[in-house]
Design a protein around this ligand. Structure first.
Ligand SMILES: NC(=O)c1ccc[n+]([C@@H]2O[C@H](COP(=O)([O-])OP(=O)(O)OC[C@H]3O[C@@H](n4cnc5c(N)ncnc54)[C@H](O)[C@@H]3O)[C@@H](O)[C@H]2O)c1
Length: 352
């Protein structure tokens, strides 16, 4: 029997509702498998924790987490108690940066029975590999002078190491999927970093002759994701471009409540962290109507990361079946509760 040891941080708001739902699905998947089990250790680190202790997590929080095989997180934020930049930087970003989670992976997919805002969504199914540690979001630059002489400088840092590892991950992911990779560029407008990005991409593609590649400027690519999302398989993008493209991905699926994500550590020194794209949704917290699918699909990504891809596939199939049956929470046009959707997913997993 293989045991996976997972640190669980439900966080705030609906995180406390959707995390138990996904944990239940994982236990059900383990029951189906028969040869694995999950041992979850829960940490109450959240805005409530901040009110009590003056910090989002203990000073040795990373030390406590570092020996788990993964961190499974809900959502963090309660602006009524703690300012968002404090809760974000005090927990989420500390883990992402401290654990060198250099890639952020976000899939987007058409589900039958889900109303996409697109008139004709076709059968899109793509994954964005976003560089997660440098690029346009580097803390390098500064501000000087005041008034009309004021100057702000923001430097974008693109290292060969960071660029290459994001691209290689994307090439290898494309090899496991439909062997098509699009690079998000803007080398016609951004003078130094994007031509460098293109050069690295062109060098690497020789190592993956079985993957069909193209480079598309970010403005056109954004428009294509709305007009013809079915054209794409894997997209590799810098930190800022990936951030924007993944929001489009979430939007065309129909609700932010279903979008999953994984923050991947590649050097094996620290655990990766799995969290849905959505936040703590204070407007619906406590009502029992939060959509658990983003968190459940995130659990599937964690299983894929462990190499349990067949079991992960079963979870996604169950989610697709439940949506197609119309068992949906209000954000996607249904009347089901979080618990009812979760029960239906678990029931379908065991049915097969
Ligand atoms: N990764 C994270 O932990 C994360 C991400 C985004 C926002 N936040 C935090 O969450 C708080 C609220 O932020 P926000 O309102 O901008 O974003 P949000 O994602 O929490 O909510 C945006 C809208 O989407 C709805 N929604 C989100 N998830 C849903 C779900 N699973 N089911 C049904 N509806 C859902 C909400 O009801 C709300 O109307 C803030 O404190 C913010 O900082 C945290």
């Amino acid at each position: 029997m293989k045991t996976y040891h997972i640190a669980v941080i439900p966080g705030d708001g609906i995180g406390k509702e959707v995390v138990p739902a996904a944990v239940k699905v994982l236990h059900t998947a383990a029951e189906l498998h028969g040869g694995i089990k999950f041992e979850f250790t829960e940490f109450p680190w959240s805005c409530d924790f901040y009110i009590e202790h003056g910090k989002m997590m203990p000073d040795d929080g990373l030390e406590i987490l570092k020996d788990y095989e993964a961190v499974f997180l809900g959502a963090v934020g309660n602006p009524r108690l703690v300012e968002d930049h404090v809760s974000l930087w005090g927990l989420l970003l500390k883990i992402r940066r401290g654990f060198e989670q250099v890639l952020n992976i976000r899939p987007a997919k058409y589900f039958k029975g889900l109303n996409s805002p697109l008139a004709d969504p076709k059968n899109f199914d793509f994954v964005v590999v976003r560089e997660n540690s440098e690029g346009e979001y580097s803390e390098v630059g500064g501000r000087i002078h005041k008034g009309e002489d004021e100057i702000a400088i923001q430097n974008a840092i693109f290292t060969r190491k960071g660029t290459e590892r994001a691209m290689r991950y994307a090439f290898e992911l494309a090899q496991k999927r439909n062997r098509r990779l699009t690079s998000a560029t803007k080398s016609n407008g951004i003078f130094h970093t994007m031509p460098f990005w293109d050069e690295v991409f062109n060098e690497l593609k020789a190592d993956y002759p079985d993957v069909a590649v193209n480079s598309t400027h970010i403005d056109a690519l954004s428009a294509f994701l709305v007009i013809k999302p079915e054209l794409f398989d894997v997209i590799v993008a810098s930190n800022l471009f990936g951030d924007i493209l993944t929001d489009i991905g979430g939007a065309i699926m129909g609700s932010i409540g279903i979008a999953p994500s994984a923050n991947i550590n590649l050097n094996g020194k620290y655990p990766s962290m799995f969290e849905p794209v959505h936040g703590s949704a204070p407007d619906i917290a406590g009502k029992g109507i939060a959509n658990p699918i983003g968190q459940i699909w995130t659990a599937k990504m964690m299983l894929d990361h462990f190499g349990e891809t067949e079991l992960g596939g079963k979870i996604l199939e169950a989610v697709e079946w439940v949506i197609a049956k119309g068992i949906k929470t209000p954000d996607i046009g249904g009347t089901a509760t979080t618990a009812e959707v979760t029960e239906a997913v678990c029931g379908r997993i065991l049915e097969k």
